[in-house]
Design a protein around this ligand. Structure first.
Ligand SMILES: [Zn+2]
Length: 264
């Protein structure tokens, strides 16, 4: 999988490694969680790192090509990879436009996966087979497919195969974390970082609201006012074209840290 003869692949590798560093620097990934990207010229292949913490990925030797079909390595002799790579493969399989996926166990987001929210929640307990371990991990393709279905409203077992556009940017995973996707690594990193930031803002808003209004000093005041659907849709469009501005800042941040190495 050497990239010296493929400039697009080499650029993707470099962006991928930097993206892992940014996600670690911002606390979206720690020793756990992962980023993936679809191969730039072979859509049936995606790329993830070997079984190491994302902040320590540094070279092409740390990256592995996997088949979208079954999340198995293209090279049978590849080093050990992450056990939850079916989260990624099934999103690439169901949604051809998805180019990058992030799975995180963000501490700011997990509380919303067990307390209720408008964001879709994938509850693995409804999809386990008798042979599946109850350790919350998405270890195989049938669990990955069930998670991928949560990204669209067409999520029953007899889903329409022509419906290949995910409706939701983020799906929460009960007691576990969240998964997001995008049409580029940069946009995916932005979505993951702002999912975490927005969860923190919402938590602060809820605490503040309860302190002031739920039996507090303004007990009869209005409910929290969230973005309406039109505001949310317009804001989603806006962030798509602005994703590269924070990316430039985030790259400089990780380049200024001694621990991150990108040899590509
Ligand atoms: Zn996980």
């Amino acid at each position: 999988m050497a990239s010296q003869d493929d400039p697009a692949l080499k650029q993707l590798y470099r962006t991928f490694i930097t993206g892992c560093h940014i996600l670690h620097y911002h606390g979206v990934l720690d020793a756990y969680g992962h980023l993936s990207a679809r191969h730039p010229s072979k859509p049936e292949i995606f790329i993830m790192s070997r079984y190491i913490a994302p902040g320590t990925i540094s070279s092409e030797r740390d990256l592995i090509e996997y088949r979208v079909e079954d999340a198995e390595p293209v090279d049978p002799g590849a080093p050990k990879g992450y056990s939850e790579r079916c989260i990624h493969s099934e999103l690439y399989k169901r949604y051809p436009g998805v180019q990058s996926v992030i799975h995180s166990h963000s501490e700011a987001v997990v509380p919303y996966s067990i307390s209720g929210t408008k964001t879709p929640i994938f509850d693995i307990a409804y999809h386990l087979l008798p042979t599946d371990a109850k350790d919350m991990l998405v270890r195989n393709t049938h669990l990955g497919a069930a998670l991928a279905a949560c990204f669209s409203d067409n999520n029953d077992e007899n889903h329409d195969p022509t419906d290949t556009t995910p409706k939701h940017a983020v799906v929460l995973m009960r007691g576990h974390g969240f998964t997001t996707h995008a049409s580029s690594i940069q946009e995916c990193v932005l979505r993951a970082i702002y999912t975490q930031k927005n969860a923190g803002i919402q938590t602060t808003a809820l605490i503040t609201h309860n302190a002031f209004f739920k039996g507090g000093i303004e007990a009869d005041a209005a409910e929290i006012k969230y973005l309406d659907e039109e505001e949310a849709a317009a804001s989603t469009e806006m962030t798509k074209w602005s994703a590269y501005r924070p990316w430039g800042l985030w790259v400089r941040e990780v380049e200024a840290q001694g621990m991150y190495v990108n040899q590509v």
